[in-house]
Ligand binder design. Sequence first.
Ligand code: GDP
Ligand code: FE
Ligand code: FE
Ligand code: FE
Length: 196
Amino acid sequence: LAYTGIYTDWTREAILSEVEKQMKPSRFQHVLRVEACSIQLAEKYGASVEACSLAALLHDYAKEHAVESMKEIVRSEGMDSEMTGYGSEIMHGPVGAYYAETVFGIKDEAILDAIRQHTIGGETMTLIGKVLFIADYIESGRAFKGVDEARRLAEDSLDEAAYFKIEKTIIHLVKKELPIYPGTIYVYNSWIQRKV
Ligand code: GDP
Ligand code: FE
Ligand code: FE
Ligand code: FE
C-alpha cells in the first residue's frame, strides 16, 4: 500500500518505523493488525483505504507515552481536563490525534476525529471513525468473550458492531469496578437513544 501524499508527506514505511519506536513490539503488532482489519472494512464499506490505513497506524501512537506528558498536552491544548483521571486510557486517543496533526501533518478532520474517538466512540462518527473503532475491537489478535459476535455484526453493519462495542465496554467497566469517564456514558446514551 503506497500512499498518494494527499493526507501526509510521510511515506507509509517512514510512519511504520516512527510508530514502532513509540511502543512495545506486541502493541506495534496490534497496530499492524488494526490496519489490516481497517483496510478490509474500508474495502467492504466503501471508505478511503488510505485514510483508514493512516488512522489505524497512528491510533495508539501516544498510548505508552508518560501520563505526565499526556496531561501537559491536555492542558496546553485545552482538552477536557476530566480525561486526566483515567491514566492513558482516555487521553491517548485525543493526544494521539494531536500528534497525528503536529508530527505527521495530517489535517483531514475525519482521520483526526477517528483517532480522537477510537477508545470511546462518538455521538456522531464518520465512516473512517467507525472503521477504526470496530477494527480496534475485532482485529485478528483480539480474543475476549464476545469478539466472535462483534465480528459477525461487522459483516452486516458497522453501526450494529459499534453499538455492540459501546454497550459491552460499559458492562465490562462496571464488572471490573473501573471508573467510567463521563464521555463514555455520553456516547452510550446518544447511541441507545437513537436505537430503534
Ligand atoms: P487499545 O488502546 O487498543 O488497548 O484499546 P482502546 O483505545 O479501545 O481502549 C483502551 C482501554 O480503555 C480499554 O481497556 C478500554 O476498556 C478502556 N476504557 C474505555 N472507556 C473507558 C472508561 O470510560 N473508563 C475506563 N477506566 N477505561 C475505559
Ligand atoms: Fe487505543
Ligand atoms: Fe482499542
Ligand atoms: Fe488499539
